[in-house]
Design a protein around this ligand. Structure first.
Ligand code: XIL
Length: 343
């Protein structure tokens, strides 16, 4: 029995996959993906800098292998992400003289990118993160190049284009800290406005980059309820639980681990302290209890990575650490104590 089988009546269980995994170079990881997950997200391979590194060059090697894997597994296959301020090359925003483009020129570049990428995978990607991380914590718009040049119209134009290119695909807005009321208010105001204007937007992804004690379950629950009440699917899109302290923000971190002495990254090392392991287990139990309670609102819960050795949290917010944020450890063993309590 896999993780996905615990939740067949509730929501998809997804995993973010990388290039090695989709190209079949790590068969033992592929076997775990197949066993435990029924939805896939591309961790990096469909981001602008990867799929469209130069103005006249697209690289679909990852994407083609990715959608083929999705088809083979019969998985609900996510595209991530069409428009973001990170992992996007600078040439996108400037002309030959290096000057920032005007609105029309930038939006046409963006629409062209969407046509190429979403167009190639039409019918093969079930849902797209159309726009990622466009809001600040206080609910105002992030001052990205996209926003500076085009205002919030860049978001509307991106959703319009994605729908035009692949009318059957679901379309999502995705962000972190959606549990924060102020940030969520900005997102929902725009999402409702778009809906009222007839622009398709099906769901809001709450990136689940959580810590052991923060955010609170109440904060997450409030987010789930409000998004659903506004008429959108809720997705927990990038779930992991950081067990290490964060510089400048120890709130919610595991204070038993001294930040300065946190272990050096070793992809093969295990050794989470028993205290942290117990907290991690409890955190996942609590989170999944909450998700189950709201299974009528939540369509998918996606882990950001397959196992601890592959997690981006080994390098974020600080490089070269040994983190333990997922349900499968570095030895590719499912954390059975957590697994047993999940449903
Ligand atoms: C991360 C990847 O996991 C890393 O490998 C990469 O170096 C940086 O991006 N929010 C998102 C994801 O939407 O795309 C990010 O993924 C994590 C934060």
């Amino acid at each position: 029995e896999g993780l996905k089988d615990l939740f067949t009546d509730s929501f998809y269980i997804g995993v973010a996959v990388n290039g090695q995994q989709v190209s079949g170079k790590v068969p033992e990881e592929l076997a775990l993906i197949e066993r435990h997950f029924n939805s896939l997200s591309p961790e990096n391979g469909l981001k602008w800098e990867k799929v469209h590194p130069e103005m006249d060059r697209y690289d679909f090697e990852f994407g083609d292998a990715y959608v083929a894997l999705g088809e083979k597994l019969g998985a609900f296959t996510i595209g991530h992400c069409l428009v973001w301020h990170q992992q996007v090359p600078n040439w996108v925003f400037v002309d030959e003289a290096g000057r920032l483009l005007g609105k029309e020129a930038l939006l046409s570049r963006m629409e062209d990118h969407i046509a190429q990428v979403a167009g190639r995978y039409k019918g093969k990607i079930d849902g797209w993160d159309v726009v990622n991380e466009a809001f600040n914590e206080d609910g105002s718009y992030r001052e990205s190049n996209w926003y500076k040049v085009a205002g919030k119209d860049f978001i509307k134009a991106a959703f319009r284009k994605a729908h035009e290119v692949d009318p059957a695909a679901e379309l999502y807005y995705n962000d972190y800290n959606v549990w924060k009321a102020s940030k969520r208010a900005g997102i929902l105001t725009l999402a409702k406005e778009m809906k009222a204007e007839g622009i398709q937007i099906d769901g809001i992804g709450m990136q689940g980059h959580y810590m052991l004690e923060s955010p609170s379950l109440e904060q997450i629950e409030q987010g789930i309820i409000e998004i659903a009440e506004a008429g959108f699917q809720v997705m927990i899109t990038e779930l992991d639980v950081d067990v290490l302290p964060r510089p400048g923000n120890t709130q919610g971190a595991d204070l038993n681990i001294n930040f300065a002495n946190s272990p050096k990254y070793n992809p093969f090392a295990n050794g989470i302290s028993p205290e942290s392991a117990a907290k991690l287990s409890q955190r996942y139990t609590d989170l999944f209890q909450l998700f189950q309670k709201h299974k009528d609102k939540i369509s998918r819960v996606t882990f950001w990575g397959l196992h601890d050795g592959r997690s981006w949290l080994n390098n974020f917010p600080v490089r070269s650490r040994t983190n333990y944020p997922l349900l499968i450890d570095r030895d590719l063993k499912v954390k059975e104590d957590v697994f047993a309590k999940l449903k």
